[in-house]
Design a binder for this molecule. Structure first.
Ligand code: CUO
Length: 666
């Protein structure tokens, strides 16, 4: 049997119980390895038949949350885990289930439960990268590392380093590959995985403004992708609105699903999407279905109402007097959540099946017995260029809805008595020039890869930037303190043709950089805010130390699988910019906190990060304004250009330059 207190870094930590007198409890290995014996407690209360459909997904194959049958399997396994009481009980039940269900499903269900059970708040799992390194490093690289290890002196203490990046999945022969470093960034996948874990469809989870956040988080993801594309001189992403022509860009991930070695499916350039006919998965959908659902959603948007299952008209508007925001109703039908959609049979499941059709386009009927492509996986789908084309289509529908909503009036946008005198950014004492470049980051990989117990470090290259501060000089002409929400956005100043953009073109490119409340004292105020405190990012300040010395509390704490792991990666906060410098605009806006605040959101919370994209655990979304405010609507005629905003004292528009330094980033 494995000793209970095996030190971290040498094996297979699944749970680490913090604040506990006992040594860290160590149990089953995640990615199956015959050399590790499992600690399976003697319990007869978990039988195979209790697992429902959880055993229906073959071990070693891909698990896709975009497939309804897989969601059912997840629900069944989560139900089993949810019935446990406390960490020890969960661990024992999990140990019994382990090896009988699909690995990815297993991790999903464990994570789902840890996130939702109060008594498990101190339990965490290692980061997704450490659990499934084979989703981030090609099989070939891992195999070569294994050969190196086999030749090594078994007493060697130095860790084996496995490097991956910068080219990732291909060469720069294809223009799209110039963006691989961004799409294949580990932090982006981890964020996306966490987000969908917190806001799942079909799991009976109805969080505050879940649908709207589905729209907003993905809208911002696409905007940030476009900023990166413009930095590289590439055209902005085009929506996938014609399923009857081939998809130009292929994708070959070279990754495996788990240690069993099964490879993710690949897609050739110019693959024609086909009707989805996977009998073994039990799901079928036609391209025509996607077209019909989209058309019905567009009808709803332009008619201003959706039709529920009883045939009643349900207005979709963003004035919340009707109970639910229109965008929430629309999003639950579009994504789609079978439990929360206003009419699942009628509006279908455009987004989920969009993922499926793309994931299986290389083998839609299983003729070749090929596995799905990564776009079927809720974590690493962001690696595939087609993901962005699909989500641009999704966003296009949301934007179609957004512009049907009445523009904000000057009164709604202004804040009398408050003036921003000056605002900008400072990095290393230099104003308004920000630096980006490459950095490397190390992960402990020993737990996810079996390298004969040898310490293994995974070294990944990624984009990063020099931290900076926002500085605002604000006048409060009121006699007393005024509490405001500070909203900061970034967008490129010029479009792909190097022309200054008009409001509508720039509107959907504004990226939220930060949002925070501030108590303005009467008179002059100097606000300084660090880029590290961003409302969208998680706090990944992690440098991985030496493996032997790493206790359970450090290393990738912020990427660990719990609520705190959600949030945009801090290292991707800035777009890359250009070596010669690229001009962006910062937009600052102060709004009245009395109007922004949300009641009941004052509970203490463990993680103060990623709030704008991830919400708050067990609390309402903490901003009453529509997500993306004020850029979620078309402009009023009196404020039709960004320059018109200058006359609102509570906003400020300012140019900044972003320089890409490559290896020279210090
Ligand atoms: Cu996040 Cu399609 O919703 O991947």
């Amino acid at each position: 049997q494995e000793p209970l207190n095996r030190p971290r870094g040498k094996g297979s930590v699944l749970f680490v119980l913090e604040n506990d007198d006992t040594p860290p409890l160590v149990t089953t290995r995640i990615a199956g390895s015959p050399s590790i014996k499992l600690q399976v407690p003697e319990r007869n209360d978990v039988a195979l038949q209790d697992l429902g459909t959880a055993t229906s997904i073959p071990i070693g194959s891909a698990f896709s949350f975009f497939l309804a049958s897989h969601r059912r399997a997840a629900k069944d396994l989560c139900d089993v885990f949810m019935k446990t009481s406390g960490a020890k009980d969960l661990m024992e039940v999990a140990a019994r289930v382990h090896g009988r269900v699909n690995e990815s499903l297993f991790i999903y269900a464990i994570s789902f439960v840890i996130l939702r059970k109060k008594e498990l708040q101190s339990v965490r799992l290692p980061s997704f990268v450490e659990v499934f390194p084979s989703r981030f490093v090609p099989q070939e690289t891992l195999a070569k590392a294994q050969i190196r290890i086999n030749r090594m002196d078994p007493n060697q203490r130095e860790p084996v380093i496995v490097e991956h990046g910068l080219e990732f999945s291909g060469t720069h022969l294809k223009p799209e590959h110039r963006l691989s470093y961004w799409r294949e960034d580990y932090g982006l996948s981890v964020h996306h995985w966490h987000w969908h874990l917190i806001y799942p469809v079909g799991m009976g989870v109805d969080r505050d403004r879940k649908g709207e956040l589905f729209y907003y988080m993905h809208q911002q993801l696409i905007a940030r992708y476009d900023l990166e594309r413009l930095s590289l001189g590439l055209p902005r992403v085009e929506k996938l609105d014609n399923w009857r022509v081939p998809i130009e860009d292929g994708y070959f991930p070279k990754l495996t699903i788990s240690n069993t070695g099964r490879a993710w499916g690949t897609r050739q350039d110019n693959t024609l999407p086909k009707d989805f006919r996977r009998r073994e998965i039990g799901e079928f959908v036609d391209i025509t279905d996607l077209e019909i659902w989209r058309s019905r959603l567009l009808d709803a948007i332009h008619q201003g109402f959706m039709v529920d299952r009883k045939g009643n008209k349900v207005p979709i508007r963003d004035d919340v007097t009707s109970g639910q925001r229109g965008i929430d109703i629309l999003a639950e039908a579009l994504e789609a959540d079978e439990d929360l959609s206003i009419n699942y049979p009628f509006y279908g499941s455009l987004h989920n099946f969009g993922h499926d059709i793309l994931a299986f386009s290389h083998d839609p009927d299983n003729a070749h017995k090929e596995e799905m492509g990564v776009i079927g996986d809720v974590g690493i789908s962001v690696k595939d260029p087609a993901f962005y084309r699909l989500h641009k289509l999704v966003d296009d529908l949301f934007q179609e809805y957004n512009v049907t909503q009445p523009p904000y009036s000057e009164e709604e946008l202004s804040l009398p008595g408050i003036t921003i005198e000056k605002a900008g950014v400072v990095r290393d004492n230099e104003a308004d020039v920000l630096h980006t470049g490459w950095r490397k980051r190390e992960f402990e990989a020993s737990r996810g890869i079996e390298f004969s117990g040898m310490p293994v470090i995974l070294r990944l290259t990624h984009i990063d930037h020099k931290p900076f501060d926002y500085r605002l000089q604000v006048n409060n002409n009121h006699r007393g303190t005024k509490v405001v929400t500070v909203r900061i956005f970034l967008a490129p100043k010029f479009n792909g043709q190097e022309q200054e953009m008009d409001f509508m073109e720039q509107r959907i490119l504004w990226c939220e950089m930060d949002k925070f409340t501030y108590d303005l004292k009467p008179g002059k105020n100097h606000i300084v805010r660090s880029s590290k405190e961003s409302s969208i990012t998680n706090l990944e300040e992690l440098t991985f130390g030496d493996i032997e010395g790493s206790g359970p509390g450090n290393s990738s704490e912020q990427l660990a699988i719990n609520f705190c792991g959600c949030g945009w990666p801090q290292h991707m906060l800035l777009p890359r910019g250009r070596p010669e410098g690229m001009v962006f605009q910062l937009f600052f806006m102060l709004t009245d906190y009395d109007q922004d605040k949300v009641l009941n959101s004052g509970q203490t919370r463990r993680c103060a990060n990623g709030v704008s994209f991830c919400g708050i655990q067990d609390a309402k979304y903490p901003d009453a304004r529509p997500m993306g405010f004020p850029f979620d609507r078309r402009p009023a005629p009196v404020l039709s250009e960004m320059s018109d905003y200058a006359r609102l004292g509570n906003t400020y528009l300012h140019d900044v330059t972003i320089k890409f330094l490559g290896e020279k980033l210090n």
